[in-house]
Design a protein around this ligand. Sequence first.
Ligand SMILES: *[C@@H]1O[C@H](CO)[C@@H](O)[C@H](O)[C@H]1NC(C)=O
Ligand SMILES: *[C@@H]1O[C@H](CO)[C@@H](O)[C@H](O)[C@H]1NC(C)=O
Ligand SMILES: *[C@@H]1O[C@H](CO)[C@@H](O)[C@H](O)[C@H]1NC(C)=O
Ligand SMILES: *[C@@H]1O[C@H](CO)[C@@H](O)[C@H](O)[C@H]1NC(C)=O
Ligand SMILES: *[C@@H]1O[C@H](CO)[C@@H](O)[C@H](O)[C@H]1NC(C)=O
Ligand SMILES: *[C@@H]1O[C@H](CO)[C@@H](O)[C@H](O)[C@H]1NC(C)=O
Ligand SMILES: *[C@@H]1O[C@H](CO)[C@@H](O)[C@H](O)[C@H]1NC(C)=O
Ligand SMILES: *[C@@H]1O[C@H](CO)[C@@H](O)[C@H](O)[C@H]1NC(C)=O
Ligand SMILES: *[C@@H]1O[C@H](CO)[C@@H](O)[C@H](O)[C@H]1NC(C)=O
Ligand SMILES: *[C@@H]1O[C@H](CO)[C@@H](O)[C@H](O)[C@H]1NC(C)=O
Length: 491
Amino acid sequence: MMIPRIIFLLQFSTLIYLFTVYCFSSTDEEATALLKWKATFHNENNSLLASWTLSTDACRDDWYGIICINGRINRLNIANVGVTGTLYDFPFSSLRFLEYVDLSMNQLFGPIPPELGKLTNLVHLNLSNNQISGSIPPHTGSLTKLETLSIFHNHLNGSIPSELGNLENLTDLRLSYNQLSGSIPITIGDLTELKILYLGLNNLSGPIPSEFGKLKHLTDLELSYNQLSGSIPITLGDLTEVKVMYLALNNIYGPIPSGLTKLKILYLYSNQLSGPIPSELGNLKNLTHLDLSANQLSGSIQITLGDLTELKILHLFSNQLSGHIPSELGNMKNLTDLDLSANHLSGSIPITLGGLTELKILSLYSNQLSDPILSELGNLKNLTNLSLSHNQLSGSIPITLGDLTQINRLSLQFNQFSGPTPSELGNLKNLTDLLLSHNQFSGSIPITLGDLTELKLLYLYSNQLSGPIPSELGKCNKLTDLRIAKKQNWR
Ligand SMILES: *[C@@H]1O[C@H](CO)[C@@H](O)[C@H](O)[C@H]1NC(C)=O
Ligand SMILES: *[C@@H]1O[C@H](CO)[C@@H](O)[C@H](O)[C@H]1NC(C)=O
Ligand SMILES: *[C@@H]1O[C@H](CO)[C@@H](O)[C@H](O)[C@H]1NC(C)=O
Ligand SMILES: *[C@@H]1O[C@H](CO)[C@@H](O)[C@H](O)[C@H]1NC(C)=O
Ligand SMILES: *[C@@H]1O[C@H](CO)[C@@H](O)[C@H](O)[C@H]1NC(C)=O
Ligand SMILES: *[C@@H]1O[C@H](CO)[C@@H](O)[C@H](O)[C@H]1NC(C)=O
Ligand SMILES: *[C@@H]1O[C@H](CO)[C@@H](O)[C@H](O)[C@H]1NC(C)=O
Ligand SMILES: *[C@@H]1O[C@H](CO)[C@@H](O)[C@H](O)[C@H]1NC(C)=O
Ligand SMILES: *[C@@H]1O[C@H](CO)[C@@H](O)[C@H](O)[C@H]1NC(C)=O
Ligand SMILES: *[C@@H]1O[C@H](CO)[C@@H](O)[C@H](O)[C@H]1NC(C)=O
């Protein structure tokens, strides 16, 4: 069937040639084996694989997703074609010349057979985004030509086989979003060509191997959302190429290694970091994202953090930081998101924060901040959320807050603010939440609040407001929660 009729018109020598290539090559065997696997798919009539038929030639007739070299199947790419099936009948023994396999984004289920180890010519293997279960076969360590191995977002369990340390040419290893357990094998430190290592969103425990310090080419290290414990190995400071380090949501404690000069993103939130924020962090001049929230960091915020002028996101919330907010934070001109809430910070809000004109979120709630807030905060024209609640802030609200025309949420609850509620608040047309309760505001409720047509929550109770409830509030037809007087609710 592989020999077209036209062949009988060809010269004898050509015939011999074609005979050799098409009959004694293993293409036939390869194609037959693939069809045998296809026949086990639960949705056998997959339209994308309709080209895979007995009556066509896998190499010459463009089977979907197949590329051949010298009559042998070299690449198999059937990513995202809607295949439902298992790997039990995958032709591991027949497809000996495969270098590239991408089966990602299908509905493959069941285990990876140990015969995977027979595909010794594989350079790229991608099984990600399926429902593959069971453990990673140790035989994967036989695929020594592998450069990329992706099995993320599956249901793999068991531990990571130490044999993966044999894959000396691996540059990209992605096993995240599975249920892998046990400790990270120290042999992963032998993968000295690795650039990308994603093991996040698993159930890995034990320490981060200090052998990771050998991964000199690493640019992305993602270990978040595991049960990793112990301290961050100081050897990680040798990873001078690392740009992204996600170690969040583990049980890791400090200190944070120095070195890491190219780091852009450092996520260490929800760990057991304690003691002061290391002032050396100020050396990581390329940082754009720093998240140390939900740890037990104490002491004051280092003024050297102000050297991180590329920073866009600074999250230090839910720690035990004390002392003043350093005015040097005002040097971080690119900051869009500053969250220092739920700490023990005291003193006043530095005037320099008024220079952070890119800020969208400024969250300082649940601290011990005092004194009046400055009119300079009105410069933050891009602000969408300003949360200063649960502090000891006092004085009247500057009318410049009426310039924050992008703001969605303004929360000033549980402070000691006094004086009138400025009628300029009526300019904040995007406001959905206006929370002013538990202060000492006095005077009447401004009728301009009726202009806040997006308003959903309006809390004015526990103040010393007087006079009538303006009928203009009737224009706020999206209000779902209006609280004006203590222990009273209107809907
Ligand atoms: C697949 O297609 C063949 C021929 O078109 C048909 O006979 C068969 O019933 C189909 N199978 C399924 C599972 O739809
Ligand atoms: C593997 O496939 C996924 C799509 O499911 C893709 O996002 C990923 O980049 C691929 N990995 C490699 C190393 O090519
Ligand atoms: C690893 O890559 C190098 C350089 O490309 C090559 O010489 C070597 O044979 C490869 N190792 C294996 C096991 O394929
Ligand atoms: C892995 O999951 C399978 C079920 O898919 C279960 O039978 C097996 O015991 C699990 N192994 C480990 C080590 O958790
Ligand atoms: C994760 O591992 C811990 C032990 O380290 C075990 O107690 C727990 O059941 C595991 N969780 C899951 C979801 O496998
Ligand atoms: C920041 O990154 C650039 C480019 O990756 C690099 O040249 C520079 O040395 C880095 N800065 C520091 C302080 O290491
Ligand atoms: C801020 O961001 C801009 C554009 O993203 C960049 O050119 C600039 O170098 C950054 N740093 C400072 C301090 O403005
Ligand atoms: C506010 O955001 C816009 C768009 O993101 C940006 O162009 C502008 O520079 C930002 N800053 C100020 C002060 O408006
Ligand atoms: C504010 O409202 C305007 C007009 O409805 C809208 O275009 C803009 O995206 C809103 N800004 C925010 C931050 O919600
Ligand atoms: C900002 O305010 C909006 C509107 O109230 C809210 O949905 C959102 O969660 C807030 N974002 C942050 C980071 O507080």
